[in-house]
Design a protein. Structure first.
Length: 211
């Protein structure tokens, strides 16, 4: 494929589904109508070689991307290298096109909170997140695309609004943005904002290859 054709293919809209075992038969029967499959990476952190091999076989037939939910990269606390090692194992074993994670923290003081939580939107959390993204890129072999999350409360002690905070991270770490429009809408409406204005304020030039 010529370089121009490859660039056009990357920029074209793609239709994707999230992988669920309950949907497997239908997905496999209609791969010719699906451009992309998103797989929750955490479900395979402790998977046997057979299960990873099955995912790799799927990736040979359709584009597979991996989505993480538990690394907690948006934190001033360094992400544990062991967690990144597990992500790296899955990324390498599956041969995924790319991987993504949330701009959230999921633990603090050694306690798992069981939820994707928004950290204070501050210069300190921007710097901490950028450091974690750099560490992730080094260990996994490539940086993730990062996803905005919905939050039930405005993060206390915040100094930056959501769009500025996200812009500082994706530009500072030189990563793509997995823009979740549902989460964006929920945050705008829940806190009395205008969803369309918030969308325009986002670093749209950083939106990644799939949403």
């Amino acid at each position: 494929m010529a370089a121009a054709d490859a660039a056009a293919a990357e920029s074209a809209d793609r239709f994707g589904l999230g992988w669920r075992p309950e949907l497997a038969a239908g997905i496999l029967a209609h791969l010719d109508r699906i451009d992309l499959i998103e797989v929750i990476a955490d479900d395979y952190f402790d998977a046997a070689r057979r299960d990873l091999g099955a995912l790799r076989t799927l990736a040979a037939q359709v584009t597979v991307v991996l989505h993480g939910t538990s690394l907690g990269l948006a934190s001033t606390v360094p992400v544990a290298p062991g967690r990144l090692d597990r992500m790296a194992r899955v990324v390498e074993a599956v041969g995924a096109e790319t991987w993504s994670e949330h701009l959230a923290f999921v633990r603090g003081g050694g306690i798992e909170i069981g939820h994707l939580a928004a950290p204070p939107r501050s210069e300190a959390s921007v710097e901490g997140t950028c450091r974690n993204l750099a560490r992730a890129a080094q260990i996994v072999g490539g940086a993730p695309i990062v996803e905005n999350i919905a939050t039930l409360v405005e993060p206390p002690a915040s100094q930056l609004d959501e769009a500025v905070w996200i812009d500082r991270i994706v530009c500072g770490a030189d990563v793509g943005l997995l823009l979740d429009l549902h989460n964006l809408y929920a945050n705008a409406v829940n806190f009395g904002g205008d969803p369309q204005l918030l969308l325009r304020q986002m670093p749209l030039e950083r939106v990644g290859l799939y949403i």
